[in-house]
Write a protein that binds this ligand. Structure first.
Ligand SMILES: [Zn+2]
Length: 142
């Protein structure tokens, strides 16, 4: 139910013009509201689809990253044999390919530890041999 904005005559909802004075019915207001609502809905739809696109991109990114950023067996071996080279590789790669760099750094660290242990054992063995040789009477028979 609505009323003429000009003369106040009661009008049917379906009437487009006032039967009394011919003024256009205030239907325009409801017509303006409807497009306004329609413009809000299309705005909501891109918003609702927008989070889906980054989510799709994010799901692609981990799939694309491993092709670049995977532990390299050859470089790991190089880092194990030459820990200093491994350290340099680790420092240069940790920005771009952190997974690969971390793997190289891990093998360089293992190599460092093994080298240190072997070094201690070797020094211990030399000291032991020296002590045995100096205290052995077998030395004097030469
Ligand atoms: Zn009227």
């Amino acid at each position: 139910m609505k009323w003429c904005t000009n003369c106040g005559t009661e009008m049917a909802d379906s009437d487009r013009f006032c039967a009394n004075c011919g003024t256009p019915a205030p239907q325009q207001e409801t017509q303006q509201q409807t497009p306004a609502q329609n413009t809000v809905i299309p705005e909501q739809q891109p918003v609702s689809t927008a989070p889906q696109q980054p989510a799709y991109v994010e799901s692609q990114a981990p799939a694309a990253a491993p092709s670049n950023d995977v532990p390299n067996g050859g470089l790991n071996f190089l880092a194990f044999v030459l820990p200093l080279v491994g350290l340099i590789l680790f420092l240069s790669m940790k920005g771009s390919t952190p997974v690969k760099a971390k793997s190289i750094g891990k093998w360089a660290l293992i190599s460092f530890i093994i080298s240190a242990v072997l070094c201690v054992l070797l020094i211990g063995l030399i000291i032991l041999l020296a002590v045995v040789a100096m205290s052995s009477e077998y030395y004097y028979y030469y």
